[in-house]
Design a protein around this ligand. Structure first.
Ligand code: CTP
Ligand code: MG
Length: 188
């Protein structure tokens, strides 16, 4: 029993790493043409200058690469519970995890602009959870069974709870690192 729970807690974060990594990676690749091409909607930007095509592509790509690395590691360690699934089907899961993360971040920005929150300004809860929401949105649409079995079913709900508790902490740590590296203007 104890062992089962330990496995679920490890899986909670392990399976979500491509999503967790995608978003902060966008900061490293970002710049250039904004995804909304500068367009406004009711006098406010649709997304704002903080969402760029390079950031979107770089974040998604980094998330997929991280997924492939994890796949390699799970094979080397030969641990079934770390396995995302079979190659090449798992590339689809990595894409959903990474792109969902970026999508959630963009949906968050749309909402922020509608609420008159300036680009880069703090939006508690939204800032911490938008990428997780985007990831689960895509997982539930395109990989329902995988998401359900790993994050909802029975005791696996513990994985979702772990994720929801760990995410703001990880988010905070990564943003402080980004700020110290001079990659982010604000430590949130
Ligand atoms: N970034 C990017 N493209 C993306 C996501 C992020 O270029 N799709 C880069 C931008 O340089 C952005 C930085 O990563 O400023 C930090 O991301 P985030 O905090 O999500 O954006 P904000 O600038 O805070 O903008 P918003 O208020 O819309 O969230
Ligand atoms: Mg921000």
């Amino acid at each position: 029993m104890m062992n089962d729970i330990a496995v679920i807690l490890i899986q909670a974060l392990w399976f979500m790493l491509p999503s967790l990594v995608a978003n902060p990676s966008a900061v490293l690749f970002g710049g250039g043409t904004p995804v909304d091409f500068g367009k406004e909607w009711n006098g406010k930007r649709i997304l704002g200058d903080g969402k760029t095509w390079k950031g979107l592509a770089g974040g998604t790509g980094t998330g997929i690469v991280v997924g492939l690395l994890l796949f390699g590691i799970s094979n080397i360690l030969d641990k079934d519970y770390l396995s995302f699934g079979e190659f090449p089907g798992i590339i689809w899961i990595f894409f959903l995890l990474a792109f969902g993360s970026m999508l959630g971040d963009m949906l968050g920005s749309i909402l922020k602009r509608r609420l008159n929150v300036e680009r880069g300004a703090k939006a508690p809860i939204l800032d911490q959870y938008d990428f997780i929401i985007g990831t689960f949105l895509l997982l539930f649409i395109f990989q329902f069974t995988w998401a359900y079995e790993n994050y909802i079913e029975g005791i696996h709900i513990l994985a979702l709870i772990t994720l929801l508790v760990a995410t703001p902490i990880l988010h905070r740590i990564v943003n402080i690192i980004g700020y110290k590296m001079g990659k982010k203007d604000v430590p949130w």
